[in-house]
Design a protein. Sequence first.
Length: 317
Amino acid sequence: MKYITGTRKFQIEEPSVVTLGKFDGRHRGHQKLLREMAEVKKEKGYQIAVFTFDMSPSILDSESTQQVITTNLERKNNLERIGIDYLVEYPFTMETAHMDPEEFVKEILVGQMNAKTIVVGTDCTFGYLGAGNADSLNQWKDRYGYELIVIQKEKDDHRDISSTYIRELLDAGNMEKANELLGEPYSIHGNVVHGNHLGGPVLGFPTANIVPEPEKHLPTFGVYVSRVYIEGCYYGGITNIGKKPTVEGGSPVGAETYIYGINRDIYGKTIEVQLLHFVRPERKFDGLEQLKVQIEKDRDYGREYLKSRSTELNIQL
């Protein structure tokens, strides 16, 4: 995949089928749209190109960091994994925010991205104050020489599948439902860093620590059964999301994972922790001995849960 980021000066030479959006979570609605683009590529040979911004447009209107299900890096990794040809991560500035919708289509989508087909959802908006939409694209298609495909929203019962809906499920710790709507497990990517070194020497449970990006929307703090991707292999895990109140409390929010069946040094390695099932809320224990007893219970629970699904999850235990 060709990854274009940090610049407004680029040019896609090949004819392309283009979509635009945040692609936060790459949920089943996004996947429906991407499948349609793959069909266009198969039929017409166009390159599949995704246009997005390097930050959420709402950030310019907010003093706080916008929370996302997938960070920019995670979004890049996800789209590359499924075979997207181009990902354009356009710088979002005040100038960009005030761009006229028709100018955006003419100059960027058709001009720079060489769009011959544009695929969007019914709720697509773009340009200044989101004034451009699917109707606008339909109005301008003959003028600028592209075909338009509008995809109906994917629904869960009577509710639209959206990033907002999935964030609500994460806040409730409902990983099974969140993962169902995502079409894949919710994951946290990061490099393994040194923690407080209590896990192995003191508690007897060596762990891998990663610190999510500040904009990452994490599920409710607690313990989760997980699957961990390391250097081409999946392993079972039990993960704590939170601040480890018994031993630290004031530390940055992190993901600390005991990984079943691995005994090598993975410090500095990039891993992906996929959360599968909520076990219990994070809590502060009276001391390390009480914490150790609970970790043993969590580890045993996780192993039994994973054993029952080891073939399905393709994991090592």
